[in-house]
Design a protein around this ligand. Sequence first.
Ligand SMILES: [Mn+2]
Length: 388
Amino acid sequence: MVVKLVHIADLHAGKTNARLLNRNEDLLHSLEQVYTFLKEEKVDFLLIAGDIFDKKRPDPESQQLITEFLVKVSQIPTKVILIGGNHDSASYLSSFIPWANHFGVKIYSTFRKEDFVYTLPEKGIAFVLVPFLSERAITHLEEDSDKAKIQYAEKIKKVLHYGAQKVKDFPLKVLMAHLYFEGVKIGNTEKEVTVSQAYAIPQNYIPDIFDYVALGHVHRWQKLEQAPTETYYTGSLYQLDFGESGQDKYFNYIGLNSDSYQKVEVEKIKLSLKRKLLKLLWTKEQNESFLSQYKKPDTYVWVEIEVDTPAEFHLKKHTVERIFGDNLLKVTMRLKNQKRKFFNNPTKESSKLNIYDPVEVYKEYRKRRGKPTNEEILKLLRELMPPS
Ligand SMILES: [Mn+2]
């Protein structure tokens, strides 16, 4: 049996950056490259590992982009299998299922233990499909956050091993999941990971019987070195935000051969990018030519300006705006020789902050900004989230 797969993830259709820069053009540019590849290589399955949309209720243009892509792929021999990510709304994705089934597109929007395995006996292959499982859905809001983390990881482990058990007799076995694993590298400033970090799953919880594990969630391409089998995040299809500034983007092409000595072959395919994001620091020592070398039609920038005073910042800001025009997404100030007030100096207690308690998080937030807590908000939070 020989089966060819392409693994992509984190499409984030409908993503916008500062100044409402819409990124669907970037997504389309990458999806077209994927489509051409599927067609030319006669790929059997396209795996999409979650975060199809950027928002729970996507705008119509993004919905159309995704629908057109799925319908287009359904007209070539490649079969699509997709799972929901943490950005996707399970109920929204489910609304695609009636027509998707008709077009041979398999959608696993939410985890159901009676339906998370897809088998094709004639091809000798079985897929275990684990969409994003919310931490809140499967743990209690514990006093002790470490306990909740262990509880979450153990439940995921059970799900993965239960799936492995169900497909063990197939010659070829593939797991696709939208999850966050321990020890992975993330884009520097990506917001969504900060909370999930606490819920990271140990890599050795992945059952070793799978021939390939297709992951979504982390936006940087990487192989999970501590996993017991071939396990990859392929990352996003374009630089989604400045946390991904300078990153190259890829998808994976996987060849599975149950009769070969080398059962799995993985090839990393580089995507050409429509637009690039770049974060620049303009120091006091550098003149304008430092900035102008980065002025390119496909490069969108965030410039941090180093200054001695806020007045100096406002002067220099005009220069930056003049140089980059519409390609300037963000300008920020960095005061020379002055420590940042809050974020670099967290209080001692904050290291023990229970991030699962909204009341505690709110109090710490106000404290770091040197502001009093608002009693009304505290009261409302307590009402909404009674201690479990
Ligand atoms: Mn994502």
